[in-house]
Design a protein. Structure first.
Length: 399
């Protein structure tokens, strides 16, 4: 069962630079952390008129220039038709073509941002797409809710856009979904119309600040309160909620109490510091070692200072179960993505391994980002994948 939580957003100055920290707490424990440079324009989700600079056939990709001379990766394997700004002969992509593209993944380490012509406009309950013109429903929705929501949303998908019903739509009223669909449709039509008449490298659409837009990922039961101690952030959040999520507007609060401030009260900076460490201690005295590499992230489980007096089999099982829950939290907390390999302590009994996989699977289901528990290899390594969207926390802090 999900615990009610608080979303805390504060401004912090570090070495002469301002940054905005966003922290989601459940039972006074940080489960999500994000760091944003103050005043920096939002890249992820923004839509530009880009120009094809070159096509690399051997990797089935093109590089498209958007604002400020930035090159972005565009997969030629996309099945959606390119959104050409100018009329052209034929449908084959060529150098010099101008397209409407949306940034769907931020730059990660040495990799360029990626863009797509399948424009996506997410709301709290629905997401509209221009390329995949069909109805999709979140896999996390209960079967009975899927059927109810399918009946409500099928007329939406019959129009000119694809529609994805998000997990947050569970229990939402039909009128609420219709209102959001109409609002998102208006935005989408405006982008498609206006975008075709603007000059190359223009930004046609910009997502709200990420710390505000991220609120739509929390459902009604999950989010108890939104708190900030910065008046400028408060005004931005108030405007965002009033326009996009009026049902959550009353959850917003400006913390104006006497010292300690919001950071000190909840230990946000301390949680951030711990989330950047390689070693994570568990209550039992065991610990995790988390090591991201270029290709994947490796997590090692160690017995450490564990002094339990149980039998060896029970000792290893209990450490592994505790580690499994903490690994799920750390993936979300650090925003680790891609391929993750977890090396648990070896267990001989198949039923113990099965229990471990069940506990880890349930813990990973709490993650709003798409996360898949693949399998345990013959060598005892547990394979996990997590969708890449934003940069990992460590890179966010380094910006």
């Amino acid at each position: 069962m999900e615990q009610n939580g608080r979303l805390l957003i504060t401004r912090q100055e570090e070495q002469g630079r301002e940054r905005i920290l966003s922290a989601f707490y459940e039972d006074r424990k940080a489960v999500e952390l994000s760091c944003f440079p103050a005043g920096e324009e939002q890249l992820l989700g923004s839509i530009y008129i880009g120009k094809v600079k070159n096509i690399v056939k051997n990797i089935e990709a093109a590089f498209i220039e958007i604002a400020d001379g930035r090159l972005c990766y565009y997969s030629l394997l996309e099945k959606e038709a390119p959104l050409y700004v100018k009329n052209k002969k034929g449908t084959k992509l060529a150098e010099g073509d101008e397209l409407l593209v949306q940034v769907n993944r931020e730059p990660v380490k040495t990799k360029a941002p990626t863009v797509t012509c399948n424009l996506n406009f997410p709301g709290k309950y629905l997401a509209l797409t221009t390329g995949k013109k069909q109805l999709g429903l979140s896999a996390k929705l209960p079967p009975e809710e899927k059927e109810r929501l399918r009946r409500i949303a099928e007329p939406f998908a019959a129009e000119e856009f694809g529609v994805v019903v998000r997990t947050n739509a569970a229990q939402a009223e039909a009128d609420t979904l219709k209102e959001e669909f109409e609002r998102l449709s208006q935005i989408c039509r405006r982008v498609l119309t206006v975008g075709r008449h603007q000059s190359c490298f223009s930004r046609v659409y910009q997502e709200p600040p990420a710390y505000a837009a991220g609120i739509r990922n929390y459902n009604q039961e999950q989010l108890l309160e939104i708190v900030t101690d910065d008046s400028r952030i408060y005004d931005t959040l108030a405007a965002y909620l009033s326009e996009y999520q009026p049902e959550d507007r009353e959850k917003l609060r400006l913390y104006e109490g006497a010292p300690p401030n919001l950071d000190q009260l909840y230990g946000i900076s301390n949680a951030l510091e711990q989330a950047l460490r390689e070693r994570v201690w568990l209550k039992s005295g065991a610990y995790l070692v988390i090591q991201p590499t270029e290709a994947l992230t490796v997590i090692d489980v160690n017995t450490g200072k564990y002094t339990g007096r149980k039998k060896l089999r029970e000792t290893f099982l209990q450490i592994n179960l505790e580690a499994a829950r903490e690994i799920a939290r750390q993936l979300r907390l650090r925003n680790l993505s891609g391929i993750i390999l977890a090396d648990f302590i070896d267990m001989e009994r198949p039923e113990d391994r099965e229990q471990l996989m069940n506990v880890l699977g349930q813990a990973l289901k709490q993650d709003p980002v798409k996360t898949n528990l693949i399998d345990m290899t013959p060598l005892g390594l547990v394979e996990i994948t997590r969708k890449k969207v934003r940069k990992p926390l460590k890179e966010q802090v380094a910006e």
